[in-house]
Design a protein around this ligand. Structure first.
Ligand code: PXL
Length: 274
């Protein structure tokens, strides 16, 4: 059975990062191992002012040391929201020791949306994440994160295919083997674009639902990772994720909970079961 190491924070309430990634990869029939980077009361979005934040860097060092002593290896490493710049160098140093031969590295920068960094992050954090992009087999930024990584203007985006390719190529120039950009829009559709190792550009698009939800980037990335580990087919995995996100959003809209409670992906999790 494939085993992916999910390296993200645990947000107690609000559904994102580890609490989303773990059930999703499990539904895909993949073992999810975790290395929490921080524990928060909620995610850092504006709906939850005053969130708590416990940094777990010291514990990460201990966990890595223990796994290295036991020679534990993972079939994939999947990083998302980390929390501290220090985490980047720690991971760069240790990932080679805990990745199985032929294992894949998935990097979701997870530091911004709508043209801005999340609370607590700045350009220094974004530029540090470039080191992870450099070792990625697959990097999965949204348009905001792609622009911030490249220090490009988000406001002057034209969303043309030429510009999209330029951005993807620049991310490859940093070192990422494959680039998956999310939030790509075409007419009434939304989805993701992939520029693969052979420099082929493909789109996966689904119906656009005009409602922003926190955590959809995490749902998308976790689905790609979980499905990929079972199929080794990145295009199929992206197609599934692009369909799964609107299904989860629709399930949330159909529920009476306030949307601040997060995406109710649990209601459609069965769609991912092999
Ligand atoms: O969904 C990304 C994410 C993950 N973890 C935390 C966050 C966010 C986005 O704001 O705040 C703690």
């Amino acid at each position: 059975m494939k085993n992916v190491l999910i390296i993200q924070d645990i947000s107690g309430f609000g559904k994102c990062s580890t609490t989303v990634a773990l059930p999703i990869v499990s539904a895909c029939g993949v073992t999810g191992s975790i290395m929490p980077t921080a524990i928060l009361s909620t995610h850092t979005g504006p709906e939850f002012p005053g969130f708590t934040f416990l940094d777990l860097t010291d514990n990460m060092v201990q966990m890595l040391k223990h796994w290295e002593e036991l020679d534990i290896k993972f079939d994939a490493i999947y990083t998302g929201y980390l929390g501290r710049i220090d985490h980047v160098d720690l991971l760069i140093e240790h990932i080679p020791n805990i990745l199985a031969p032929g294992g894949k590295i998935f990097i979701d920068p997870a530091f911004g949306d709508n043209g801005k960094y999340y609370v607590g992050f700045d350009n220094e954090y974004g530029q540090a994440q470039r080191k992870l992009v450099a070792i990625a087999d697959y990097v999965l930024p949204n348009y905001t994160e792609a622009c911030l990584l490249l220090e490009r203007s988000f406001e002057s985006l034209t969303y043309s295919e030429e510009e999209l390719l330029e951005i993807m190529q620049e991310l490859k120039d940093i070192g990422a083997k494959n680039v998956i950009i999310t939030g790509v829009r075409q007419d009434k559709m939304i989805g993701a674009a992939l520029l693969n190792e052979e420099n082929e550009l493909t789109y996966s698009l689904a119906k656009y639902i005009d409602q922003l939800f926190h955590g959809t980037g995490d749902v998308f990335a976790a689905t790609v990772v979980g499905k990929y580990l079972n199929s080794a087919n990145i295009q199929e995995s992206i197609d599934t994720a692009v369909e799964f996100v609107p299904a989860a959003i629709q399930a949330t809209l159909d529920d009476e909970d306030p949307i601040t409670y997060g995406v109710h992906f649990e209601k459609v999790l069965h769609l991912l079961v092999p």
